[in-house]
Design a protein around this ligand. Sequence first.
Ligand SMILES: Cc1cc2nc3c(=O)[nH]c(=O)nc-3n(C[C@H](O)[C@H](O)[C@H](O)COP(=O)(O)OP(=O)(O)OC[C@H]3O[C@@H](n4cnc5c(N)ncnc54)[C@H](O)[C@@H]3O)c2cc1C
Length: 477
Amino acid sequence: MENKKYDAAIIGCGLSGANIARRLSQYAVKIAILEKEQDVSFGVSKANSGIIHGGFHHNKKYLKTQLEIQGNALFDQLKQELDFPFKRCGIIVAALQKDEMKTLEQLFQQGMENGAPGIELCSRERILSLEPKLSPQAVGGLYAPNGGITEPYRFVFALVESAVKNGADLYTNFSVQKAQLINGFWQIQASDNRQIAAQYVVNAAGLFADEVSALFGGEKFSIKARKGEYFLLDKQTKAKPKRIVFPAPTPISKGMLVIPTAEGTVLIGPTADDTDDKKDRATSAKQLEQILEAGKTMIPELNPADVITAFAGLRPYLGEDFYIEPSKTAPRFIQVAGIQSPGLTASPAIGEYVKNLLKEMGLTLPKKPEWNPFVPPRPRARECSPEELDQLIALDPAWGNIVCRCEKVSEAEILQALQLGHSTLDGIKYFTRAQMGRCQGGFCSYKIIKIILRETGLSYQEITKQGGKSYILPAAL
Ligand SMILES: Cc1cc2nc3c(=O)[nH]c(=O)nc-3n(C[C@H](O)[C@H](O)[C@H](O)COP(=O)(O)OP(=O)(O)OC[C@H]3O[C@@H](n4cnc5c(N)ncnc54)[C@H](O)[C@@H]3O)c2cc1C
């Protein structure tokens, strides 16, 4: 049984844990990242809208708003340092009826008070020129040019790659089940009996932060799951807006959105419904009909024929605000819980905030002169010119074998994913986009499985969609 000692252990590797780990990897401290799933970003962070919010939806009295504004501002530098997609395409909020302009005026005022850069209240003409796909019924709108879009799992992958390059240890399939404080160190045990020790612990366990808190004798609270369902539209859709389109919000929801994703597809949704089951990611035809109807009021060209798949994500809901504090009952234990929207936007600032909390609690953080912020962007076949692709093929013929035709993903990219530890079908999908296009893996899944078999030595039975027992071919052979 291993019992390596760390200065800090981070439980959970979604957007929160990954940003905390990468921030801490800048210092000469030993860090362990403990993740119960087979890959990182397989929790809440894998299924969301991917929006870098504009800082106008919530009052600045909330910690989440302050971290949203700070987090948004950090994305340009992160994009320069790391390999993940990010575009500041801007956000518009459309008023389709005159009385909705009152709500937008309040949002504008709130955005101004929060310091949202460049926020603008728009006439009908202005909003239609900013978003030509918008319904001609629009009477005006709000424009936040600093809003943007990313792929959350690619962001997590890049952060973790950077943290690990800079010395952090990543433990996957490490489901924390027991904790005991012995001689100033938390002894942390996984369900398979692996064990590590750490002086400080950060609880960034998403939907399960309540259970992890209980294991350490931390505060008692209960995380609820709030489901959001989506439709994904094909890249060829005529209903692709230039910017993220929100309706005027209601007191309970930001409403149903139309989102041009970072890779050219279109997302519509999400719904917001409480569920008692933290694993319930089912979608329903009834909800999806409502999503489409709501989307059409803003972007009339939306067409059900463009839908390629549906999926759902679960928000870890605890209350109105994030709960990021040192525990009052468990020593050297920080709660990072209830990180619902805008958790993606805020996540780089959550990293900074938690780093500062650890420092205040007594963790010494000497600078690490050899810290390297860069994970250079890798080539992607779909982004290469024919000449660039020829050059890559000359170096490695695997670039010439296009495995996923819909998203133009080469064998070389699948191999890179495997080398970086993304060995499930979903891990490869999130890293490369293979299986994410029009055919949703109908054409390429078996080719990817054959590459996994060849490269990893796994048997047919061992290949999973997302780790655990999600076997693809349990009865094969
Ligand atoms: C439908 C929806 C839409 C959203 N849209 C946006 C948006 O557009 N913009 C935005 O800013 N935010 C958005 N969010 C919010 C954002 O997705 C979350 O705030 C963020 O993903 C939370 O990340 P996390 O790291 O805290 O949690 P998670 O990603 O869930 O990470 C926690 C990790 O802990 C692991 N874990 C749990 N228990 C254990 C254990 N015992 N041992 C080890 N590991 C454990 C889990 O496996 C998981 O990987 C949205 C959320 C949803 C659901």
